[in-house]
Design a protein around this ligand. Sequence first.
Ligand SMILES: [Zn+2]
Length: 133
Amino acid sequence: MALPPGQHYEIAMISGRCHCGKTTFRINAELPDRVTFCDCSICHKRGTLRAYYSPEQFSVCAEEDRVYRFRAGVVASHFCGVCGCATYCGSPRFLPDGTLDQGTRIIAVNARLFDDFVAHEAPVTLVAGKDRG
Ligand SMILES: [Zn+2]
C-alpha cells in the first residue's frame, strides 16, 4: 500500500554483509533474541549461527553468489564467491520429525553477518540436525 509522499512505515530492519561486501542483505524484522546452531553435517563444519525468516522478509544483493546444494539438492547453501562467507540457506521448512514441508520455504541467515549484532553473545538454541544429513 502506498503512503502519501513524505510518510513512511516505521519498520525494524536488519542489515548485513559478507566480509568483502559483495553480498549485502536486508531483513524486515527486528534483531533476533536468540540464534540457532544446527549440528547437521554442513553447519557443524561452517560454524554459522543462524536466524530464520520467511522469503518475503529477506532481500539480498549478491554480486558473487555461489550455491552449494546438499540433501539431494533441496537445501541451497549460499556463500560469497569472493570472500567465502556463508551468507544464507534456502530450503523447505524442516518439521520436528526431520521431514520437509515442501509448501513452506524458509531462509536461514548467517547472523554473524548482521550489522550491529554480536551473534556469539546471543543465547543459542541447538537444533539437532546431525541425524538429517
Ligand atoms: Zn564476500
